[in-house]
Design a protein around this ligand. Structure first.
Ligand code: AQP
Length: 334
């Protein structure tokens, strides 16, 4: 059976991008044909400064968002990264396998470190080695992610291949990225060339999973668009990134193809399309927002679920970590 791993950072409130690119698909991948392991990657979040009290709350919110989106902690293993020490240990081993030059090439590092990259945390540079550790500590074979994580997943493959080559053993699988559907890159509502992101300074650029119906409708109404009517198929959206983004969001939320959506709205302007999109968005998101807040009413229960998930994750991770150390010649005498 395929073993699927993926994670989300508790580095801010989750967005529609996180939901469509990740959470919605995490739930859909659960089932008898695969083993699913989902993680709130708190060790990744602290690569940029996090207020401790806020972080604790966001870890719980992350867990609530997973469960509200349909991740069932009985079917999947759901936990937060820092409770399973194998992730950090494996990351150190991978720091010795990965090359410094590989890390400097990562576009996420360049974006997040900004101009003054000498002042970025060492952890921000090593981020992708920890991500490789998350995945390979479970010998996971497939990782559902959004388009923005593609480069990091290629680096995970490079680390696995170099380890297998250097130690002359087929120990780690070469993991497959699962980047599927029309919402693998949801764009900002204010700028069709930027991805929707939880850390964008403009709240109007994104739909948060905690936004109420009025906020969702207002953000969609104000979303940047052009003035042309909608075309009859996706070909007609080629040089219209903002329009394409809204159509893709509609299609992903309604589980339709963009062409099917356009067939219905051909010739209509955004005065008609935006209210229809807002309706679909509220219908899809309001049950999730409601369930998230119900889960958040019982933080002790969330902590219990994460603790139990961490125990199960630990059982899978420890033997693989121990075997990795043995392959590398790290002596174990007890
Ligand atoms: N805009 C997006 N469209 C589709 N998928 C997205 N993902 C993120 N943004 C979009 C996917 O969500 C998962 C979790 O992402 P993450 O929390 O690990 O960090 P990120 O990719 O850096 O997401 P953000 O929201 O942009 O966070 P910040 O602002 O902190 O950098 C991943 O699978 C990601 O692909």
């Amino acid at each position: 059976t395929p073993r699927i791993f993926s994670g989300i950072q508790p580095s801010g409130g989750l967005t529609l991008g996180n939901y469509l690119g990740a959470l919605k698909r995490f739930a859909a991948l659960q089932g008898n044909e695969s083993e699913t392991i989902y993680c709130i990657v708190d060790l990744h979040a602290i690569t940029v400064w996090q207020d401790p009290d806020v972080l604790r709350q966001r870890i719980r919110e992350g867990a609530a968002a997973f469960m509200a989106s349909g991740v069932d902690p009985r079917q999947s293993i759901l936990f937060n990264q820092s409770q399973v020490s194998a992730h950090a240990e494996m990351a150190w081993l991978f720091n010795t396998v990965a090359r410094v030059g590989w890390m400097y090439r990562m576009t996420q590092f360049k974006d997040k470190a900004g101009k003054n990259s000498e002042n970025a945390s060492l952890g921000l540079l090593a981020y992708p080695a920890l991500m490789a550790a998350d995945i390979l500590t479970y010998q996971a074979t497939a990782v559902p992610v959004g388009e923005d994580q593609k480069q990091h997943l290629e680096l995970t493959r490079d680390i696995a291949a170099k380890f297998n080559h250097d130690y002359k053993i087929e120990h780690f699988p070469i993991t497959e990225p699962l980047i599927e559907g029309v919402a693998t890159r949801v764009m900002s509502l204010r700028d069709g060339s930027k991805k929707m992101s939880k850390s964008d300074p403009s709240d109007a650029s994104r739909i948060n999973l905690t936004d109420d119906a009025d906020a969702i409708a207002q953000k969609i109404r104000k979303a940047r668009t052009d003035a042309d009517p909608l075309p009859g198929n996706v070909e007609g959206l080629k040089d219209r990134p903002e329009a394409r983004n809204l159509v893709n969001i509609y299609a992903a939320l309604a589980d339709e193809t963009p062409d099917a959506v356009l067939a219905r709205f051909e010739g209509q302007g955004f005065g008609v399309f935006k209210p229809a999109l807002a309706e679909v968005a509220v219908e899809a998101l309001s049950p999730i927002t409601r369930k998230m807040s119900e889960f958040m009413d019982d933080p002790a229960e969330i902590d219990r679920i994460l603790g139990h998930g961490a125990e199960r994750a630990d059982e899978l991770a420890t033997p693989i970590l121990e075997r990795t150390k043995e392959i590398m010649g790290l002596l174990r005498s007890r």
